[in-house]
Design a protein around this ligand. Sequence first.
Ligand SMILES: [Zn+2]
Ligand SMILES: [Zn+2]
Ligand SMILES: [Zn+2]
Length: 155
Amino acid sequence: MNGAYENILNKASQQCRDRGERLTPKRERLLALLLEADGPKSAYDLIAEHEQVYGESLAAMSVYRMLNFLVEAGLVHKLATTNQFLACSHISCDHAHEVPQFLICDDCHGVEEVGMQRNLLNELKASAAKVGFTMGGQQLELHGRCQKCSGSETN
Ligand SMILES: [Zn+2]
Ligand SMILES: [Zn+2]
Ligand SMILES: [Zn+2]
């Protein structure tokens, strides 16, 4: 386990304690799998990987429960458009979490989490407010092609 990784897990369990909850060893294992992943994972990917790495098979229901916990704790994000999960890239950061914008590559399925620009967010809020709509906590999921995949294009 390298230092950066350990630091992230320490921050993660601190974040849970701050919420009066606990990052149990089981939840921590799931988070660790997501931190080590090179892309977003479905619950079923995680069940398979958990069995491979820890030699223990988990029931889908308990995996969903643990994932929900991690999402609520702000440690993991759920991508609604692909029904996959990924570890937050800002767990060890001290700044407040911005409204996340996920750039999802439809070729390599890699995802980048970037903070949404304040003025863009305000514009969205304003246009919703025009019709009397109040935006809640949001995330934006944008599909397309990452730099690596667009770069390898020949045409
Ligand atoms: Zn995040
Ligand atoms: Zn950050
Ligand atoms: Zn890509």
